[in-house]
Design a protein around this ligand. Structure first.
Ligand SMILES: NC(=O)c1ccc[n+]([C@@H]2O[C@H](COP(=O)([O-])OP(=O)(O)OC[C@H]3O[C@@H](n4cnc5c(N)ncnc54)[C@H](OP(=O)(O)O)[C@@H]3O)[C@@H](O)[C@H]2O)c1
Length: 245
């Protein structure tokens, strides 16, 4: 049977995989959640929007004759990853995750590790600081509990709704970012502390080097629990696996 891949995307790594799949002329479709107004155009057919939970994804897999799901979502997109895990089991479809190793603190880093976004909010107690919140828009409302800070928000789209943080600056930009750019950003906005998720990978790593260079403390949110699936970190390995099953 010829294979047909469903790539669950929304990351730099997923886009790298889509390029490799297109170069090989493989049959595949790329899926976006639809969080971003104008998602990056992929060199393979793409669809946008949720599937409708596990049942909806099982239906999609059957209707589109999907043979392999590649979960290349962000490590914090845990709901999608759990749905993919359960749906693939139910539909008898092969599942591979394209993951990126978590970042770990290096010499000179000043990290406070917290379990989740609520932990990051709690870690920001105390006097007013200028806080780089390198998080998606869905996580921002939680920080209203620490209204004394000035928050610098880097978002993919200009926000349509009011942001419920009394003091903030929005910077609209789309990764991947580089160290020089992030250093300038932190300096320009006089950032005192950086809050981010332990995403791992290359697309968002620059801010850690910039924080290191500027000796800024980092509040690092640990990854959520992900399903027990086969995880590969290299695009080539994912393609070899697909072609061998
Ligand atoms: N969370 C982050 O920090 C983060 C950062 C950068 C990029 N992203 C990307 O943004 C997207 C959404 O992340 P999230 O944290 O909101 O996800 P999530 O909480 O795990 O997923 C919530 C729901 O969104 C839908 N969904 C998520 N990813 C999808 C995809 N690739 N294709 C189709 N539907 C998808 C699913 O809806 P149904 O149940 O209806 O199928 C899922 O149940 C992901 O694709 C992720 O790779 C997330």
């Amino acid at each position: 049977m010829s294979c047909k891949l469903l790539i669950l995307g929304g990351t730099t790594e997923a886009s790298m995989l889509a390029r490799a799949v297109a170069e090989r002329g493989m049959n595949a479709v790329f899926s976006y959640a639809g969080r971003v107004a104008a998602p990056r155009i992929q060199p393979i057919p793409q669809r946008v929007g949720g599937f409708g939970g596990v049942d909806g994804l099982v239906r999609y897999l059957h209707e589109h004759n999907i043979t392999h799901v590649i979960d290349a979502t962000h490590p914090f997109a845990a709901q999608m990853s759990w749905n993919a895990y359960h749906a693939c089991r139910e539909a008898g479809v092969d599942l591979v995750a394209l993951t990126r190793p978590a970042w770990s603190a290096q010499k000179g880093d000043d990290w406070t590790r917290v379990r989740d976004v609520a932990g990051a909010v709690a870690a920001l107690g105390g006097g007013a600081r200028r806080v780089m919140l390198a998080l998606g828009k869905l996580n921002l409302p939680a920080f209203a509990a620490q209204p004394q800070h000035h928050y610098v928000l880097r978002l993919v789209d200009t926000p349509e709704d009011e942001i419920a943080l009394p003091h903030h600056t929005v910077v609209v930009a789309r990764g991947p970012f580089d160290v020089a750019g992030d250093t300038v950003l932190f300096r320009e906005h006089r950032v005192d502390v950086v809050v981010c998720k332990n995403a791992g990978g290359v697309g968002a790593e620059a801010k850690l080097q910039a924080a290191r260079d500027l000796r800024l403390p980092v509040i690092m949110i640990d990854r959520p629990k992900l399903p027990p699936r086969l995880e590969l970190a290299v695009v080539e390995e994912v393609l070899e696996r697909v072609q061998s099953t």
